[in-house]
Design a protein around this ligand. Structure first.
Ligand code: HEM
Length: 417
């Protein structure tokens, strides 16, 4: 079965956080602001499910995410999305690490961790800069471009191709499959159920081909790591490999792309902040943290209560779905005095609370350093070469309650001479 589409429900003026239109129309921040103040642990009924608890405060998100014994990610309990992953097919043997709990989770995470250690990531710096340079060299000399296809989507896909050890010419396929995987609520991306089915089959066939090839001829890439690693003496089973492949395609791609585009949008809307980066590019790493806080490209992750418990005085029953809204925690007034201000220098000061856009606890984003490196290099080069680049027309957003994305974003800039 395919990932189900979200059905909206009329809640008499209360927000339905599952409604993808809330994010499409950028109304979620107001809804979250009200909930943090009035009902920080909020029961959100569902038209097509039992309902879920929406956790909207930073501290509560941290508490839930750091307690996997009580708040499970495991596929057999429902997994990490609002819909139940165990109802759309398969079982724990085909779950990827993001839908596992300790201790199993740690073993699978260890398999791919060598691909993301700091030394390996910093070794990629030169190649990432060369890719960025090439993409920016190719920006039209007219001074007008569509930024998502020209830069924001292209860079993470090329980097992913390097991680997998596949040719860059496979990038468009990875891009299409990744869009289809997270696009269940966007009619442009989920053209039909048949199309979605076709994408899943193609992606699984492609992943299977790579597995076979790397079993025979291992390289220094993530696929070879997966094909050859052992857990308790056993190789990773094939369905888990397919799940992990799909996780990496989506996680390495949608998130970084939408941080790049959301970051440029924020800089266009806040020219004073852009000027600060132009005056002092050493602020860019701080700006990158602020961009991930501001954009929160992953809107939420879900857990399931394994016991009756309480959160901020709210009784939660065993089996209840608990959804952590990073987009809300990242604007929590209890953490930052001015969470609605986009401030590129925020993270240059000591003692500022970490943003939680990469999650918290055991599932903390494995690719965070790689994403930060791509964002840092991209904004360094982009602002150096096109200091006046600006969003020049209406943007088109992804319709999704999971990924806060931009599909199209026109920009204008003074072309290089
Ligand atoms: C700005 C970019 C990114 C953001 C905002 C982001 C966000 C997240 C979040 C919120 C989680 C936590 C999941 C949970 O707690 O259930 C996560 C996990 C993960 N991310 Fe990222 N991510 C980004 C980039 C990347 C990249 C570039 C990769 C790899 C190429 C990646 C790979 C992963 C993986 C494998 C996990 C699962 C870790 C686990 O379950 O232990 N991410 N990411």
């Amino acid at each position: 079965m395919l990932r189900p589409q979200a059905k909206a429900i009329d809640l008499n003026g209360k927000p339905d956080l599952k409604d993808p239109d809330l994010y499409l129309h950028e109304q979620h921040h107001e809804a979250f602001r009200r909930l943090r103040a009035e009902e920080p642990v909020y029961w959100n009924p569902e038209a097509d499910g039992p309902g879920f608890w929406a956790v909207t405060r930073y501290d509560d998100i941290e508490a839930v995410s750091k307690n996997p014994k009580l708040f499970s990610s495991a596929k057999h309990n429902g997994g990490h999305r609002i819909f139940n992953e165990n109802e759309i097919g398969g079982n724990d043997t085909d779950a990827s690490m993001i839908s596992m709990d300790p201790p199993a989770h740690a073993g699978y995470r260890r398999m791919v961790t060598p691909g993301f250690v700091p030394k390996r990531i910093s070794n990629m710096e030169e190649r990432i800069r060369a890719r960025v340079t090439r993409l920016l060299d190719a920006m039209p000399k007219t001074g007008e471009a569509e930024f998502i296809s020209a830069v924001a989507a292209a860079l993470p896909i090329e980097v992913l191709a390097e991680l997998f050890g596949v040719p860059e010419s496979d990038g468009p396929k990875l891009f299409e499959w990744s869009n289809a995987t997270v696009g269940e609520d966007d009619p442009e991306l989920r053209v039909s159920d048949e199309y979605m089915q076709k994408c899943i089959m193609e992606m699984a066939g492609y992943a299977a081909g790579l597995w076979q090839q790397r079993l025979e001829t291992p390289g220094d890439d993530l696929i070879s790591m997966l094909a050859h690693s052992k857990i308790g003496g056993e190789a990773m089973n094939f369905p888990t490999y397919i799940g992990t492949f799909i996780l990496l395609v989506v996680a390495g791609n949608e998130t970084t792309r939408n941080s790049i585009s959301g970051g440029l949008l924020a800089l266009s809307e806040n020219p004073g902040e852009r000027q600060k980066l132009l005056d002092d590019p050493s602020l860019i790493p701080s700006a990158v943290q602020e961009i991930v806080r501001w954009v929160s490209p992953v809107l939420h992750m879900r857990r399931t209560a394994t016991e009756d418990t309480e959160l901020r005085g709210q009784k939660i029953r065993k089996g209840d779905k608990v959804v952590m809204w990073y987009a809300s925690g990242n604007r929590d007034e209890a953490q930052w005095a001015d969470p609605y201000r986009f401030d590129v220098a925020r993270y240059a000061a000591p003692g500022v609370p970490a943003q939680i856009g990469f999650g918290v606890g055991q599932h903390f984003c494995l690719g965070s350093r790689l994403a930060e490196l791509q964002l840092t290099i991209l904004f360094e080069e982009l602002l150096r070469r096109f200091p006046d680049i600006n969003v020049s027309g209406p943007i088109r957003r992804l319709r999704s309650n999971f990924i806060y994305g931009i599909k199209e974003m026109p920009v204008s800039y003074t072309p290089e001479g």
